[in-house]
Ligand binder design. Structure first.
Ligand code: ATP
Length: 200
């Protein structure tokens, strides 16, 4: 049985970098945030979003524009909840179909919203990447076109590290440099392969 491994962490914690390090072990990986973005082009999903939020979320070509959608929904808790109620089931439907097609010791599903979208019970193993907020802030502001206020607003919207620790089977500490992260990727891969073998 293929082990389903969900990987999450706050903005700038190093999820993507960690997945890149694990990629060398050639286990299938799915980026759930990218699944969400690709769904905006799906006709049924777009229709549900337009019904909920109106045509103001469309760009000039009539396609759902995720920046317009985010600008409309994220400042408003009720709209954010509605957006999540539309998107999360569709995202997991795609992810489940993808998982069913995989044959490997384990699959890795990277999802910033793993916890918020109700994905934890769907996983066999949950890996949480943690780094202190001040370190995440420095890394994100140095590498992206984002203001401190935007960073803080995203942190505010996301699950807390306290909540992440509660559901974690493995914790990756990314407060140090890339070598420390690479070492943890190797250790985790070995443990996951062992767990998968024990599972049969
Ligand atoms: P998001 O949730 O926003 O997608 P993320 O958790 O995927 O973020 P990354 O994009 O992997 O985070 O990392 C954020 C930034 O921090 C990147 O610029 C990355 O290169 C840098 N970074 C990650 N880990 C380290 C590290 N151990 N040492 C130095 N820089 C790091």
């Amino acid at each position: 049985m293929t082990l389903r491994v969900g990987l999450t962490g706050g903005i700038g914690s190093g999820k993507t970098g960690f997945c890149r390090l694990l990629a060398k072990y050639q286990m299938p990986q799915l980026d759930l945030d990218a699944v969400g973005r690709s769904l905006h082009a799906d006709a049924a999903c777009a229709a549900a979003l337009i019904k909920a939020f109106g045509t103001g979320i469309l760009d000039k070509s009539g396609t759902v524009d995720r920046r317009l959608l985010a600008a409309l929904c994220f400042p408003d808790a009720e709209k954010t909840r509605l957006l999540n109620r539309i998107m999360h089931p569709l995202i997991w439907q795609k992810a489940e179909a993808w998982c069913a097609d995989q044959q490997a010791a384990y699959v890795l599903i990277e999802a910033s919203v793993l916890i918020e979208s109700g994905g934890v019970p769907r996983m066999d193993v949950v890996v949480v990447v943690l780094a202190d907020e001040v370190i995440r802030q420095q890394r994100v502001l140095a590498s992206r076109n984002m203001t401190l206020a935007q960073f803080k607003a995203i942190v505010q919207r996301q699950c807390s590290d306290f909540g992440r620790r509660k559901v974690a089977d493995f914790i990756v500490d990314n407060n140090d440099g890339p070598d420390a992260l690479a070492h943890q990727a190797e250790m985790l891969h070995r443990q996951l392969v062992e767990m998968a073998a024990a599972n049969g």
